[in-house]
Design a protein around this ligand. Structure first.
Ligand code: IDP
Ligand code: MG
Length: 153
């Protein structure tokens, strides 16, 4: 099954949305296989946001992402990369679909409460960037008997 990387950003930690956001993934039927809190530093952020390094907002984005420790999650599910992006909503939170995490909880294009990997390949790289092998867990989730049909498990 597929895995993806999620970061609960500083604004969400400050606003007390950690439980709300993790709860949404749990209610959807996704399996948490890794979870931790850590402060992000310049080197990690320069790598993680390398696709934005020439943007005028790059420095302020890094300052924002360093401002409070973040929660990092690795979750597993069928086609989970796309599913989690749908649950998050588009980057500009004030225009994101109602019902999505950004659409329900945020107003900003920068302080948009959550990061999620956008492709399967990026998810693999991001999971390696933020988790050691022994911080990720394989276990049976009995709920899968009810979340997925036999041929999907
Ligand atoms: P994504 O998080 O929806 O995948 P990306 O384009 O990968 O969006 O941008 C990464 C992060 O950079 C966004 O989530 C947001 O925090 C910030 N960001 C993106 N575009 C802008 C912008 O135009 N102004 C300010 N911050 C931005
Ligand atoms: Mg992105």
């Amino acid at each position: 099954m597929e895995r993806t990387l999620i970061i609960i950003k500083p604004d969400a930690v400050q606003r007390g949305f950690v439980g709300e956001i993790i709860g949404r993934f749990e209610r959807k039927g996704l399996k948490i296989v890794g979870l931790k809190m850590l402060p992000l530093n310049d080197a990690l952020l320069s790598e993680h946001y390398s696709h934005l390094k020439d943007k005028p907002f790059f420095d302020s984005l890094k300052r924002f992402m360093k401002s409070t420790p973040v929660i990092i999650l690795c979750v597993e599910g069928v086609e989970v990369v796309d599913t989690v992006r749908l649950l998050c909503g588009i980057t500009k939170a004030r225009s994101a679909d109602v019902g999505s995490i950004r659409g329900d909880l945020a107003m900003s294009q920068s302080c948009n409460v959550i990061h999620a990997s956008d492709t399967v390949e990026n998810a693999k790289n991001e999971i390696q960037r933020f988790f050691e092998k022994d911080e990720l867990f394989d276990y049976d989730k009995t709920e899968y008997l009810h979340v997925y049909a036999e041929d999907e498990r």
